[in-house]
Design a protein around this ligand. Structure first.
Ligand SMILES: Cc1ncc(COP(=O)(O)O)c(C=O)c1O
Length: 399
């Protein structure tokens, strides 16, 4: 236990602590300059190398680098031939992308409630959501804490459903000692600016089926036959010829992005260890606060600790969640709320019509959660500042 008295008298921060700042080092900067000077800045040799290295890290045969996790999820939908009349089960407790890609295909998202401990989709509620129209299941490893994959894949097998994993938060996470990305037919990572490994914007799909990977690669480049042709055609021995084989998209990753990704990947283990250390500091420092529920990793997982999301106990505090966030802001601490369940958003209210109250666990998590800053860019002193600010607020507003 840290020295609580010292924390309680710790002076406030004088500079703002952002919620999820990226850590970009000299290696990324040098590689970026090398790319800019190389004469080739979009999809090319560095994107290929980055794909190969991520596939090797995760332990899969194929990887398809794209412009975002949303793009990877969309291509996974197309590659599974999900279309009009199909239903896709997914958690309501997620980001827009997970359901938007189902809507892009004119299929219907069917929402499921969460487990309270992990915020992940509750496998015990999956069976009831399956209908003869259900074609796939999209799961989200919230905060980098893996879902209950044994239960989920057993249900998927029983109902013959494809499982697509939205692992936007979960590069480096493990379930029973195996990396997330190596379980199902398609897993999608995000390399967005706040993510555990960033390329600014970017994403990647992990697969073991080379045919499906080739189709996703083709779809990421307008549906053009051999996606390498698009950049290879400018090489000295390249050919101008290309053939559009199906209606694809412009979802490719640039070498500018891969230049960052190559070095972020090399540092990923170090980043994960730092995140785990900061999560452990929060967990220990809040142990005596009954006003806060702390996130806890199950014994069978390694969490990537993309987020550290606490829950406030409303009956024990004389302050709302939103006021708590505002007070933290005045303490110079940036936070976020992840997520506002999708069924509560006006677009999904109109499109799907789930009334508020439909998913009580997700709604209760949303009403009480605050995600605290966590990033390898932070120092231990930064983490102590956050801890001190949270403790001060709890002491001030204890019911
Ligand atoms: C759960 C989840 N899925 C998908 C995404 C989309 O990732 P991207 O911004 O790379 O499209 C996010 C982004 O924050 C996310 O949190």
């Amino acid at each position: 236990m840290p020295d609580v008295a010292a924390l309680d008298t710790r002076p406030r921060r004088t500079t703002f602590q952002p919620f999820a700042p990226p850590l970009i080092g000299p290696e990324e900067k040098a590689e970026l300059l090398d790319t800019l000077d190389s004469g080739w800045i979009t999809t090319g040799p560095k994107t290929e190398r980055f794909q190969e290295q991520v596939a090797q890290y995760v332990g899969v045969r194929c990887a398809v680098a794209v412009s975002s996790c949303t793009a990877a999820l969309h291509l996974a939908m197309v590659a599974h031939d999900i279309g009009e009349g199909d239903e896709v089960i997914l958690p309501t407790y997620t980001f827009a992308s997970t359901a938007h890609v189902v809507m892009y295909q004119r299929a219907r998202p069917v929402f499921v409630d969460s487990e309270a401990q992990t915020f992940n989709i509750d496998p015990t509620r999956l069976g009831a959501a399956v209908t003869p129209r259900t074609k796939a299941l999209v799961i989200v490893h919230y905060a980098g804490h893996p879902c209950d994959l044994d239960a989920i894949y057993a249900i998927a097998k029983r109902h013959r459903l494809a499982v697509i994993e939205d692992a936007a938060h979960a590069i480096g996470s493990e379930y029973h000692g195996r990396k997330i990305g190596s379980f199902g037919p398609v897993t999608c990572f995000s390399f967005y600016a706040t993510k555990n490994l960033t390329t600014g914007e970017g994403g990647m799909a992990m697969l073991n089926d080379p045919e499906m990977a080739e189709r996703m690669r083709r779809l990421s480049m307008y549906g053009i036959s051999d996606a390498r042709r698009i950049w290879g055609r400018y090489a000295p021995r390249g050919s101008w010829f290309y053939d559009i084989q199906e209606l694809g998209y412009k979802y490719n990753m640039m070498d500018i992005q891969a230049a960052l990704g190559l070095h972020q990947l090399a540092k990923l283990e170090q980043f994960l260890q730092r995140r785990a250390r900061f999560a452990a500091m929060y967990t220990e420092a809040f142990a005596d606060l009954e006003e806060i529920v702390r996130p806890q990793a199950k014994p069978e997982v390694r969490s990537a600790w993309h987020l550290y999301s606490i829950l406030l106990q409303p009956k024990r505090l004389r302050i709302s969640r939103d006021q708590f966030i505002e007070e933290l802001r005045t303490e110079q601490i940036g936070t976020s709320v992840l997520f506002r369940p999708l069924h509560l958003h006006s677009y999904y209210q109109k499109a799907l019509g789930y009334p508020p109250g439909s998913f009580p666990v997700a709604e209760s998590l949303f009403e009480r959660t605050v995600s605290l800053p966590i990033s390898p860019k932070m120092s231990e002193e930064d983490v102590w500042d956050v801890i001190a600010a949270v403790r001060r607020l709890v002491a001030k507003y204890r019911a």
